[in-house]
Every structure is written in C-alpha cells, then in structure tokens.
Design a protein around this ligand. Structure first.
Ligand code: NDP
Ligand code: ENO
Length: 428
C-alpha cells in the first residue's frame, strides 16, 4: 500500500459500502461515515472488518483521509460538501461518485479549500455488478499528476476500465446513454401499472426481448428513486433527450393510430439506417437463446407479436438527436448495453422489423398499452422538465410499491441475465 494513504467515504449507502468493502479488502485503510444516526448500525455491521474505520460524521473522515469520496445523493451534494468540505485534510484529494457531475463539481469549487485536489469518479454500474471490466469514469478536474496517479492506484483493485473525461463530457454522454434509457423503462413500468398489468402474466410480454424489458424495468424500480431523479433532473443535458424520446413516442403512435403505413415505415427505416450503419451480418449483441433464458413467466409456444413502440421510438430519438449509440460503448452502463442490444436485435432483423410495422398498423389490440405508454413517456418528461424532485419521487415510489412483491425474484434473475449478457456486450 502506498505509504499509509487512506480513503475516506462519506455516504455509506449501496455504492459507498461496495467501495468500502473493495478498497479495504485490497488493503487500503478506509475511513467511512454515513449520517450520525446510522453510526451505531454501521459500527455493528462493518466496524469489525479489517482496514475499515467507521466514524460518526464527515468532519472526522475529511480531516484524516487522503482521498475522500462523497457517495451521497446528487440532490444533497452541495449541502454535504458545504458542511464537510472545509474540514478536508490539507493537500488531500476529493472526489464524488454522483451520477451527474455539474452540481458535484460546482459544490467542490465553491466549498473546498484551494489547496485540495479534485479528482471525481463514476462507476458506470450498480452496486450489485462486479466492477471488473466495467467502465469507471475518472475526472482530473484540479489535480497534480501525482494525485491523479494515486487515485488510479487506489481504484486499480476494481479491475475497471478507466475512461478519462471532463465533467461536461461526462454529463453529455450519460444524458445520451443513461437518462434516456431510464426514461424508456420508467415509462414501461408506468404503463403496465396504469393498465393494472403484471407483464410476466401476459403472453405478449414473455420471451426474447420482452424478458429484457421486464427485468430491466423491475431492476430500475427496485433501486432508489434519487439515483434516477438526480441523473435526469440535475444533468443539464438530460432534459432535451428525455423530451425527444417522449416526442418520438407520441409521433410514432399517431402514425400508427392513423394507419399511415408508408410514412411510419419510411421514418423507421430512415432512423434505423442512421443509427445502425454497420454490416447487418455483424454479430448481434444479443441472441435468442440467451434472451429466452431469463423469463419471470412461462414462455408461450408461439411468440406473440408486439409493435415495440418503445424500441422504435428509441431509434427515432437517437436519429433526431444525431446520436450514434455505439460511439458511447466505452462509456456505457449495463442497462444501456442491454437496451442497445434489444433495439439492435429488432433493427438488424429485417423480417422482424417488417412484422413489427405490420403489427403497428394492423393490430389494434395494442392501442390501450401504447396509449398508456405514450402518456407515461410524456408525463416522465414533464416531471423532469419541471425539475421537481418531489414530483419525480411520488410517481417513482407509487410504481415501486406496485411491483415490489416481485423484486427479489426479478433482482436474482436480472443479476444472472446481466452477468450472462454482459460477457457478450463488454463496453469495447
Ligand atoms: N445505486 C446505483 O446504481 C449507483 C449510484 N450512483 C451514485 O452514487 C451516489 C450514492 O448512491 P447510492 O449508494 O445508490 O445511494 P444511497 O441512498 O444508498 O446512499 C447514499 C447515502 O449517503 C447518505 N448521506 C446523505 N447525507 C449524508 C451526510 N451528510 N453525511 C453522511 N452520509 C450522508 C445517505 O443517508 P440518507 O439515506 O439518510 O440520506 C445514504 O445512506 C448517488 O449520487 C448515485 O447517483 C452511481 C453509480 C451507480
Ligand atoms: O445501469 C444503469 O443504468 C443503472 O441503472 C445502474 C446505474 C445507476 C446510476 C449510475 O450512475 C450508474 C449505474
């Protein structure tokens, strides 16, 4: 270990704990705290762990640690850095693990003493995913080469792929990848609840890419609302993406309702050509046999057709915004790779795409589902544009309660699915 250097972690939630366990297992001294009320509980849970030192508050962590990571809610970052930043050890390095860097860097610049170095980070995966091989964004915002080298050395135990970005680049890319992906899955959950459906009980939503939709939606709703609210509402680039997604959903749905086959088909093919430029015979990111393995329900013998409005709108949205999602693979999360995997699966199979367009025009049994999905996409977009955390939370937690009984099984299956599928869709 580098001459007794220590890591401080402020915020011992899901990500902070994962970091603390991995750093301490690698031999680094970890000084960690959460809010003072959680001190006794944290001491009991982790106090006996080798190299881990639980402290009552962030002042104590800040004054004795060499690299301090704020792993708190993005919405609280200003307040927390304001409180503990002035206690930072002279010449130490400070970083944050929030999913949106504009408010985090602003808080550091505002509240940290001038002698403190700033190197921020962002693990592009949730706490239950093995960091090995996953992207880890590192932002050398205000730091000597020596400080940056120390941070890289501390993180080397993760085995993640280091991606070097500025804070602004980070926020632009994560708006394209994370924020808009989450908008799609959040809307699916909202639509299923509005129709009082549990999709794993409905043949239309079982097997193949439907499994990914269900598992990922439940995975998002099983997580904490503030993670998604933070990266949608606080990221200055995210609103535009989420708004375009809602517009794409609405416009495609109107073409379907009006039965404008040619216009719909032309638009879908134009968008597909812009996004999926490569050779259509290239290996697909996802394959049927993998997709079918992870079902929460009994897969019907005969696959039920779907018009996949959510996927068509995603490609339309990328096209309208000039986004080529493959350009972001190096900086992608597991859920983004799954999402890209299923859109690619649809658009690189011409027969399936034609079937989807026919279904969209001819099969009116989807209208109720699509209507609710369209309302949901627009409602999420409006809540994000209004910028009210409480409005976002209320909707998220209502839907969370609806799906909660299935979280344990969905999380287990989702973990397996992500592990299997990610082996095939690493971000390189
Ligand atoms: N979960 C995920 O999948 C990922 C999350 N992130 C980001 O990492 C950060 C942490 O997320 P996550 O661990 O999931 O969230 P959690 O809510 O599990 O953890 C945040 C913790 O910080 C605590 N906290 C708040 N204020 C203080 C304070 N003043 N002093 C000490 N602790 C405090 C919170 O306490 P309390 O609950 O009482 O407020 C909570 O325990 C977020 O910014 C998130 O966006 C990044 C990658 C993935
Ligand atoms: O993979 C995803 O998109 C997730 O939902 C998990 C996640 C959430 C927040 C992050 O900042 C990074 C990863």
């Amino acid at each position: 270990m580098e001459e007794g250097k220590s890591v401080g972690i402020i915020g011992m939630g899901d990500m902070g704990r994962m970091y603390a366990k991995r750093f301490s297992d690698a031999g680094w001294r970890v000084n960690a705290c959460d809010t003072p009320d959680k001190y006794p509980q944290l001491v009991e849970e982790l106090g006996g762990r080798k190299n881990v030192h639980i402290m009552p508050n962030g002042h104590l962590v800040s004054r004795c640690s060499d690299y301090i990571i704020y792993s708190v809610e993005a919405k609280n970052i200003d307040e927390v850095v304001k409180t503990f930043g002035p206690s930072t050890k002279l010449g130490a390095i400070v970083g944050g693990q929030t999913s949106c860097k504009a408010p985090e860097i602003a808080a550091f610049e505002k509240h940290l003493p001038g002698d403190v170095h700033i190197v921020s980070c962002h693990s592009l995966h949730g706490p239950g995913v093995d960091p090995k091989g996953q992207p880890l964004v590192l932002i050398k915002h205000r730091a000597s080469d020596e400080s940056f080298t120390l941070v890289e050395k501390i993180f080397s135990c993760f085995g993640s792929k280091h991606v070097y970005l500025t804070a602004a680049q980070h926020d632009r890319i994560t708006a394209d990848t994370q924020a808009v992906t989450h908008a799609a899955f959040l809307s699916m959950g909202a639509a299923w609840m509005a129709n009082r459906q549990f999709p794993w009980e409905i043949p239309r939503y079982l097997g193949g890419i439907e499994n990914v939709k269900i598992n990922v939606t439940l995975r998002i709703y099983a997580n904490k609302w503030h993670v998604y609210a933070g990266l949608a509402i606080l990221n200055p680039s995210a609103q535009k993406q989420i708004k375009q997604y809602a517009e794409s959903v609405t416009e495609l749905f109107k073409l379907m309702l009006a039965g404008h086959r040619k216009e719909l088909s032309d638009r879908i093919h134009t968008a597909g050509a812009a996004v999926f430029k490569g050779d259509s015979k290239e290996d697909l990111l996802l394959k049927d046999e993998v997709l079918d393995r992870f079902s929460l329900g009994e897969i019907p013998e005969q696959r039920v057709k779907n018009n996949h409005l959510s996927l068509l709108a995603m490609v339309d949205c990328w096209w309208k915004l000039g986004i080529v999602p493959y350009d972001h693979m190096i900086c992608s999360t597991p859920l983004f790779r799954l999402w890209l995997g299923i859109t690619e699966y649809l658009f690189r199979k011409p027969d399936l795409l034609e079937e989807v367009i026919n279904t969209a025009i001819e099969d009116n049994t989807f209208r109720a589902d699509d209507l609710e999905f369209t309302f949901a996409a627009r409602d999420w977009s409006e809540r994000v544009s209004l910028g009210h955390m409480d409005g976002y939370r209320e909707k998220f937690e209502q839907i969370q309660r609806y799906f909660a009984p299935r979280f344990p099984e969905a999380t287990r299956l989702g973990n397996e699915m992500i592990k299997t599928i990610l082996e095939k869709t690493r971000g390189d």
